[in-house]
Structure formats: C-alpha cells, structure tokens
Write a protein that binds this ligand. Structure first.
Ligand SMILES: Cc1ncc(COP(=O)(O)O)c(C=O)c1O
Length: 440
C-alpha cells in the first residue's frame, strides 16, 4: 500500500489482506476490544514529538513545546508527553485535574480559556498549579484579586489577537479580529497599565497568539511573530516590561485525505525561529523563550478509529449507504465542519474490486455521514472499516448522543495493545440520572 502521511507510521498489511497497526491486525483488535474502537499508534505519536523537538532545538535553544490537551486528553498521553519533555496546554479545571492525577510538572502547564471560572483561577493561584494565559479584562481583574487574596505573585501571559485570520489554505490580515478569544491589540495600553498597577501581584511573562487551526501556510506564523514582537518593543519602551516568553499557539495542519498538503514541522521551525532572531535583533530585544502548543499535528494521524459495518442500503439509482456502529458522537467533525476523512476496509486489503459507497453513522441525524462517496472494496455486514486521522478532536469532542456509551481507546506498540480509556457502559452513562420522588 502507498504509505501516505494520512496513515500512522506502523500501518501494514498481512499476506492475507488484513490491515495491521503496531504489529497487530485490526480484525484481532476489533474482536478483542469490540468496535467502535479508537486506536493510538505510539510510534507515530513519539515520532511527531521527536520531530517537533529536534527541528526546534536545531534552530533555537530556549524553547518549550506544549501538547494541546484539548486535542485528546488522556492520562496515558499526558504521561508520554511528560516523559518526552513536553509541557501541557490546558483549558479547564478538568484537564488540570487529569494532569495532576498524572503528576504532570506544574511549572510546565499553561492554562487557557476565554471564560475561566473564579474557582478555576483561585485553585490555580492558590496551588501554583499552572501559568495563566490571560484572555480578557474580566479575567485580569479576577487574577489580580485572587493573587491578593492568596498573597501570591502570579506569572501570566496575555493572549493577543494580532489581526490574522486563517482558513486552512489562505489567510487575511484584518485590523480587528472578530473573535471571542484574546485582547485586541488596541487595548494594549490599558492592559499594561493595569498590570503595572498590580506589579506586586502579577508578573507579565509575555504575549500569546493562536491564529487558527489546520493551517497550511507558514507566513501567518511569521507575520504573527512580527506583530507580537512590535508589542514587546512597545511594552519595554513605554512601560519598562522585559518579557521572557513568546507563545505562538498551535494550529499546524495535517493530512486527512491524500490531497491535503501540510507544511513540514521542519519548515515551520525554521520560519518561526529565523523570524524571531531577525526581529529581536532589529528591535534590540532579548530573545524570548519560544513556546508553541500543537495538538492536531502531534496526535491527529497517530489515531485511527475502527468500526464494524452493519446495514447496507442501496437507494434505487442513487447512493449506496454502509452504516457503521459509530458516527457523529465519536467523531463530530464531519457533521460539525464537513471535515473530510479517508477509510480502508481492514479485512479486505487484497480485494481489487471496488465500488463507491457512503459511510453513514448510526446516530439519528440525516447529517451523520462519516465519509461521502468513497471507493472501497465491496463491503458486507461484519467487515471492519478503519478511518484515519481520528486522533485529534474525536474522543475529546465525543458525546453520549442517543444514550450510546463512548468507545474504548487503546494504544498499540510492537505487537502489544493496552487500554488507555475503558469503554463506557449503560450504567456509566445513566448513573447521574435521578427521578424526583413525586414522579415515582
Ligand atoms: C489556544 C490554542 N492553542 C493550541 C491549540 C491547538 O491547536 P491544534 O490542535 O490545531 O494544533 C488550540 C486549538 O484550538 C488553541 O485554541
């Protein structure tokens, strides 16, 4: 088979035409763990981390790569992230709780979000649990008050919207970005005055920007650094802030289908670090620590989902629908953003005969279509369908729609498969339901 970037590194095919991952046939995994099943290929994950690390290290020696937990928050993945020297980008008390359960080093956790609660902020500040990426004036006020209450000095970064809008293949620079996230740069004076006023409680470490997701270009990253560093210069000259860190967000795109052509991590690292060095040199600024926070480009193609085919419907003179045992609740991306995926029939890899089918989910929504019009070997009920590129924003965005339990997630490596998130059962997903006495 043609091993494109869409597939995990260890994908293979046995002589009998069975697809394998991590040295195990997917049919075997389906039998043992049932379907739908999320599978993470540990080798791909580690290679992606290694790739980010070595490409940045080659060009810049003061850096920290954060794994964006929102892409897939799992304890085992947090453990590998820590073991491979990554930090963590989190967005909720829940992600923080999981990180703490895994003994993730506090000083490498950065807390994001456009509406962090007072409780979350208080907890973080009281326990020195993370650095805070401050998103808005309301939060700046909460941080200042909480720092005062807990007699702490809090490290923060300020999230700015540099006026760069990305949509996968193209981007525009706008004066003011219409986004719920971050401060508009126009408010910089106001922000810096507040921080200056509370300098005993707040330590400004730097600025952050995240310009979008599934980005296929380099220029928006270097433009964003350009704009951010102008603010470093301004903050230094007008207010005397010497800022140590710059966080360029995540967002690098991946191949979901073979026509996707993402940027190499190596090229991203070169573009970003050379822009940083040139611009700091030009503005006479000290080189800040470079922080980035990729999610999808680390975990995305490390993950696949396997399903079992069930009912098959031929519309007279129309489409052939193959329904599988999962769908929009385990992968909401197709129905939410019309995301495109590719698939293979895992137990029919040496069958040359093909037909065009549409892979439909089992959920009660007409729009629950996982892949429209894909050419695959003739499918029968019981065949195993493997969908690729499902490592990011699948489990983490999954739901119990139709009161269906979430699938299990396993990790495979060198012929060994291990469960990292157990399959839910009916009891799990109904255990919080209560019937008021008067209704019994
Ligand atoms: C602030 C921030 N950082 C990092 C990420 C990770 O992005 P990606 O998974 O596209 O790399 C996101 C995703 O939405 C984000 O909002």
């Amino acid at each position: 088979m043609n091993k494109s970037e869409v597939y995990p590194d260890t994908i293979g095919v046995t002589k009998d035409g069975d697809l394998t991952l991590g040295g195990i046939t997917l049919s075997e995994l389906a039998k043992k763990y049932e379907t739908p099943l999320y599978i993470i290929d540990e080798k791909t994950f580690r290679r992606k981390v290694q790739n980010y690390t070595s490409c940045i290290k080659e060009n810049y020696n003061n850096y920290l790569i954060l794994y964006a937990a929102k892409a897939f928050a799992a304890a085992a993945i947090f453990r590998i992230a820590d073991n491979t020297a990554l930090g963590l980008d989190i967005v909720s008390g829940g992600e923080l709780y999981l990180a703490e359960k895994c003994n993730f080093p506090k000083n490498k956790i950065y807390f994001h979000g456009n509406n962090k609660s007072k409780e979350e902020i208080d907890y973080v500040i009281k326990n020195d649990a993370a650095k805070i990426i401050c998103d808005n004036f309301h939060e700046l006020d909460l941080i200042q008050k909480s720092a005062s209450d807990h007699k702490k000095k809090v490290d923060i970064l300020i999230r700015l919207t540099p006026g760069i809008e990305c949509h996968t293949h193209d981007y525009i620079k706008t004066g003011h970005l219409d986004s719920k996230f971050g401060f508009d740069i126009e408010y910089l004076d106001e922000i810096l005055k507040i921080i200056k006023q509370h300098e005993d409680k707040i330590s400004l470490k730097g600025f952050h920007s995240h310009i979008g997701s599934q980005i296929f270009e380099l220029k928006p990253y270097s433009d964003s650094i350009d704009i951010l560093l102008d603010q470093y210069k301004y903050a230094k000259e007008k207010y005397g802030f010497i800022l140590d860190e710059i966080n360029i967000g995540g967002g690098l795109g991946i191949s979901y289908i073979s026509s996707d052509d993402p940027v190499d991590i190596e090229d991203l690292a070169k573009a970003v670090t050379s822009k940083l060095k040139d611009k700091c040199n030009k503005l006479n600024l000290k080189l800040p620590k470079l922080i980035c926070e990729p999610g999808r480009s680390i975990i995305g193609t490390s993950g696949i989902t396997i399903y079992t085919a069930g009912s098959i419907k031929q519309v007279p003179n129309g489409r052939k629908y193959v329904s599988v045992d999962g769908g929009m609740a385990d992968n909401p991306r197709p129905i939410t953003y019309q995301a495109k995926y590719t698939a293979l029939v895992a137990n029919k890899m040496n069958q040359p005969e093909k037909e065009t089918v549409t892979i439909a989910g089992r959920y009660c929504e007409t729009g629950d279509i996982l892949i429209q019009d894909i050419s695959l070997p003739r499918i029968s009920p019981g065949d195993i369908i493997a969908m690729f590129g499902t490592g990011a924003y699948n489990y983490s965005m999954s739901s119990n729609y139709n009161t269906i339990p979430r699938p299990a997630c396993i990790i495979v490596n060198e012929g060994v498969a291990e469960v990292i998130i157990e399959r839910e059962n009916y009891k799990d997903i109904t255990s919080k339901h209560l019937i008021p006495k008067r209704l019994s």
